[in-house]
Ligand binder design. Structure first.
Ligand code: ADP
Ligand code: MG
Length: 472
């Protein structure tokens, strides 16, 4: 037994964090909940309220060399810059003579790996939920130029509400620009991508995370590692040849197989993007629902105007003074249009809100966002992750005795009628989506020529045209 393990037997331990100019914090470290390469993770409670917290403890003896020291500093620097519902929240760091302690949001339901070991494989339903949330987290990470580089089931955690949280930034890299390539080979053997095991000189980038997610997905669906072999050398050989096969006995759907197969590309450039994967039929099966643009809204026109949330988590408002504002899904920035005709909106970082001349409207949109998100939680699709340009939004709207009409920046139109039927016109493709509670139909604008068959849709279409005369 090492000295450190002996100490673990003497739990609980009270730890105190006192940094200059900060309030002293004390923690009662009471139970070991996990361990990885370097660290031991404990369940702890912050005193005096006993608020649960996780403490990742790294022995200083293990990080004595300059390389290891640099690694832990990078982990902290990257992790402290991240704020996302699908990423374990960093809460601070401190040290004593023997250890560095990283404070983390406590994930009550442990790692995906622990749960997986109890009953592999996972159902497709369960796998989908996990994969979708990891994709959302990856969208955020890659947008912030962070490559995780150690995605695996041990580093995915479940919080108290069973939300998936990506953990462990111990091997992550912060990129300086989009084209940068990394040369250091790191990660866990079975999850490494061909460009990592090949020893080539081309370097690697964000798509190593996509590959690792493919490995995770295969593992969850089949219960086995795709590139498992007798030793590391053979595993690498199989990875390099993209040599894996679906077990004969597994009944994994075609959509699920295709999702993984699309990822397992030797050439990193050929791997699908995060948004392509989010739209893959495995995750968004069929078109059983129309792609509603506006998921929820409130008519505050007696005071402010209209506020709404799109399926893609963008929140917006059409103010009575005819200005428009949108808020990005991660609430990092807003775009402000002085009028509906403004083509070049002002982009405002939400960190600058306090000193901004539009402070009032910015505070309002944040407030609307928190309310709308609460109410539409289970209705939303995947978050919008476009990096540049103007966020999709409602440009004009109308409320008439027949219902509410939204006209989007893209010129697509959505009518929610008083009787709860809905009609959406995708202008570019001339596609109509119609739903009336019982039936759901996708048709082409030209189908409306068939007067008998589409009598009902034709009636709504006429109504919608009438409503559009009232757009403001
Ligand atoms: N915030 C947390 N809440 C609950 N369990 C955690 C938390 N962080 C880590 N763990 C558990 O501890 C293990 C190791 O943590 P990790 O940060 O991955 O350390 P390492 O860098 O050593 O791999 C995880 O696989 C998980 O089981
Ligand atoms: Mg780990």
């Amino acid at each position: 037994m090492t000295k450190h393990e002996e100490e673990d037997d003497q739990l609980p331990i009270i730890l105190s964090k006192q940094s200059p100019g900060e309030k002293k914090q004390s923690f009662r470290m009471s139970k070991k909940i996990g361990s990885g390469g370097f660290a031991t993770v404990f369940y702890a409670e912050e005193l005096p309220d006993m608020t649960p917290i996780a403490i990742k403890r790294i022995p200083k003896a293990r990080i004595s060399g300059p390389k290891a020291k640099k690694k832990i500093i990078t982990e902290i620097e990257i992790h402290r810059s991240l704020f996302h519902p699908n990423i374990v929240q960093y809460r601070g760091v401190f040290q004593d003579q023997s250890y560095v302690y990283i404070l983390l949001e406590y994930c009550e339901n442990g790692s995906v790996s622990e749960e997986f070991k109890k009953s592999p494989p996972f159902s497709e339903e369960k796998t989908k939920k996990i994969v979708m949330q990891v994709l959302v987290a990856l969208g955020y990470l890659h947008q912030h130029r962070v490559i995780h580089r150690d995605l695996k089931l041990q580093n995915l955690l479940f919080d108290a509400d069973r939300n998936v949280k990506v953990a462990d930034f111990g091997l992550s890299a912060q990129m300086q620009d989009d084209d940068e390539k990394r040369k250091t080979i790191c990660g866990t053997p079975g999850y490494l991508s061909p460009e990592l095991v090949g020893g080539g000189s081309q370097g690697h980038s964000y798509s190593v995370d996509i590959w690792a997610l493919g490995v995770c997905t295969f593992l969850m669906l089949t219960g086995t590692q795709p590139f498992q072999a007798a030793d590391k050398k053979q595993t690498f050989q199989r990875i390099s040849n993209v040599d894996y096969r679906w077990p004969d006995a597994c009944n994994v759907s075609d959509n699920a197989r295709n999702f993984v197969d699309s990822i397992m590309q030797k050439d990193p450039m050929l791997r699908p993007s995060i948004s392509q994967l989010m739209q893959h039929p495995f995750l968004t099966p069929g078109r059983t629902m129309p792609p509603y643009m506006v998921r929820a809204w409130w008519d505050y026109s007696n005071r402010y105007g209209l506020t709404y949330i799109l399926d893609s988590h963008i929140v917006g408002a059409c103010f009575n003074d005819s200005s428009r504002i949108t808020l990005s899904p991660d609430e990092a920035y807003s775009q402000y249009f002085a009028t509906p005709h403004t083509t070049d909106p002002e982009t405002i970082l939400m960190d600058d809100i306090e000193t901004h001349p539009l402070r009032k409207k910015l505070i309002l949109i944040l407030h609307f966002a928190s309310e709308l998100k609460k109410r539409s939680e289970n209705l939303l699709g995947s978050p919008y992750i476009g990096k540049e340009g103007i966020l999709p939004h409602v440009k004009y709207w109308a409320k008439t005795r027949d219902g509410t009409l939204f006209r989007m920046l893209s010129r697509d139109v959505q009518a929610n009628f008083k009787d709860h039927s809905k009609l959406i016109i995708e202008t570019s493709s001339k596609t109509l989506y119609y739903e009336n509670g019982e039936t759901f139909e996708v048709l082409n604008l030209s189908d409306l020529k068939n007067k008998e068959k589409y009598a009902e849709v034709r009636k709504r279409f006429a109504l919608l045209k009438e409503m559009s005369n009232h757009l403001v």
